[in-house]
Design a protein around this ligand. Structure first.
Ligand code: GLC
Length: 527
């Protein structure tokens, strides 16, 4: 089995939408096991499975009611054990999602906690009296509305940074921290290789629960999350200490990794020290590079973001991604050609390249109507702001339900399944799927892509061309991305040889040290 020190790619699976094997329209664990050969053939070294734990599904599994069991909709613990064994047999590591900062309101801990003010679990959550007849402070929830809900039974408010059905755990209580470490041990003991740790920015809060400052640069709804600078509701005094403590559980095992979910907040200062603080909380911790979500289409700035992130990583493992289950699909954000160029770059970055399921075939946002919307985070239940867009079923083939299911799936299959699907793209040597396969193979075969240094060697002030040199011992690789829509020419080391590109070689002109590539082209050379 590989160690995390030679894992070069991670594939994120949103289990509801990957493969339905039991015919209920929702994906399941056995479906993932069934598709492991596809993942192995694609060349992925590790998978991350979004939550599959017991849950009332108000946030589709990010509202956990039992951390140590599988929700029946996804299968059972034995199905998970089988998935783990089968993945390991193919030398694929398995990372699962840990949701440590809140539970479901149906979790027995919260049921107890809300039952009376003197219940031993009362202090496992954050309860406060009314303040001047109203909420204890001005904090807003990330899923819309106030972060406080009044509970008639005990006449106090409880805190929820997300939906009212997701009460925040009180991490200042050592019993809570211990309980969460035990959850990690439960899965690590079973053989799980790593944890993606959800929404950690609120793990420590202002102990006084002071009001957040008003964001004077915000001109939208004065009641919304963005109307405030989140200087009290997150990133409290014990932030790094709690992250370190949690990740330290990795030290009790052989080869385990944690990747914290974290979005740096420009309102709270320079973003790179924030990245550094989270990534380097522990030698076995990291966080995803999230800057591509800004859609800042500029070669030079993209390059510097990558360099700054790598510096923030220090010796810790980088995780580069272009999307996830909370962001619109990269292809819909940028269009096919620009997305492909960015994906090309992402697959040639150091450390671990992360692929969100379906991005490898160029899946687009779903075509959804108001009636299709299932995500409770979408305030108006319209497709415009819904995360359902990026969660539609995986497109395996061109059949009615795209090979995802035999029955009508929980979210509609995209109509473009007729030409965007695995079966079709396997046949086309120039498909984005085969581009992923080729680059993942290179990452496996040539350690330079995972372990080599990275340096910007060419960038134009207009942001058109980004040139990167990767170096390991005597090997050198050069990556050029054309961010412009028209062909660009530039100089390359004379004896460098093209080994991969987003476009057919017929469209690329190389004469000694001069190279001309089409718009939105990515090219890889070695020397
Ligand atoms: C994270 C998850 C998101 C979820 C939220 C609350 O941001 O990625 O999907 O809704 O946490 O758990």
């Amino acid at each position: 089995m590989k160690t995390w020190q030679n894992v070069a790619s991670l594939y994120q699976i949103y289990p509801r939408s990957f493969q339905d094997l039991n015919g209920d329209g929702v994906g399941d664990l056995n479906g993932i096991t069934f598709r492991l050969d596809y993942l192995s053939d694609l060349g992925v070294d590790a998978i991350w499975i979004s939550p599959f734990f017991t849950s009332p599904m108000t946030d589709f599994g990010y509202d956990v009611a039992d951390y140590q069991n599988v929700d029946p909709i996804f299968g059972g613990l034995d199905d998970f054990r089988m998935l783990l064994d089968e993945a390991h047999a193919r030398r694929i590591k398995v990372m699962i999602d840990l949701v440590p900062c809140h539970t479901s309101d149906q979790h027995p801990w919260f049921v107890e906690s809300r039952s009376s003010r003197d219940n031993p679990k009362r202090n496992w959550y954050v309860w406060r009296d009314k303040h001047n007849g109203k909420e204890p402070n001005n904090w807003r929830s990330l899923s819309g509305g106030r972060a406080w809900t009044y509970d008639e039974t005990t006449r106090q408010y409880y805190l929820h940074s997300f939906l009212p059905t997701q009460p925040d755990l009180n991490w200042d209580n050592p019993e809570v921290r211990q309980a969460m470490q035990n959850v990690v041990r439960f899965w690590f003991d079973m053989g799980v290789d790593g944890m993606r740790v959800d929404a950690i920015w609120g793990i420590s809060k202002d102990p006084e629960l002071g009001d957040d400052s008003v964001n004077s640069n915000f001109y939208g709804d004065p009641d919304s999350y963005g109307a405030f600078v989140h200087d009290h509701c997150k990133h409290g005094p014990h932030f790094r200490e709690y992250l370190h403590e949690l990740a330290s559980v990795c030290d009790e095992y052989d080869d385990r990794q944690m990747v914290f979910e974290f979005y740096p907040d420009e309102q709270l200062g320079d973003i790179w020290p924030q990245y550094r603080e989270v990534i380097q909380a522990h030698p076995k911790s990291s966080t995803f590079f999230m800057e591509h979500r800004q859609n800042d289409w500029h070669g030079e700035r993209t390059g510097w973001n990558i360099v700054n992130y790598l510096q923030a990583c220090g010796d810790n493992l980088p995780f580069f991604c272009v999307g996830n289950h909370d962001q619109p699909r990269v292809r819909s954000r940028l269009g096919f050609e620009r997305a492909r160029a960015l994906q090309f770059l992402n697959l040639l970055c150091p450390g671990v390249s992360v692929i969100y399921y379906g991005d490898e075939i160029g899946m687009e946002n779903g075509q959804l109507t108001d009636a299709d919307i299932r995500d409770n985070f979408s305030p108006n239940h319209t497709p415009v702001d819904s995360r359902d867009l990026e969660r539609t079923p995986m497109q395996w083939d061109d059949t009615r339900f795209a090979g995802f299911s035999e029955v009508k799936p929980w979210l509609p299959v995209n109509k473009n399944r007729t030409f965007i699907n695995v079966t079709e793209e396997k046949k086309n040597v120039y498909s984005i799927l085969n581009l992923h396969r080729n680059l993942l193979q290179l990452r496996k075969d040539m350690p330079i892509f995972r372990d080599g240094s990275l340096e910007i060697i060419h960038s134009t002030g207009n942001g058109f061309i980004l040139g990167i040199k990767r170096e390991l011992e005597t090997e050198r690789a050069y990556i050029f991305i054309n961010f412009a829509d028209a062909p660009q020419s530039f100089f390359i080391p004379e004896d460098a040889e093209i080994i991969a590109s987003t476009h057919s070689l017929d469209l690329i002109f190389k004469e000694k040290s001069n190279l001309t590539i089409p718009g939105y082209c990515g090219i890889l050379l070695i020397k």
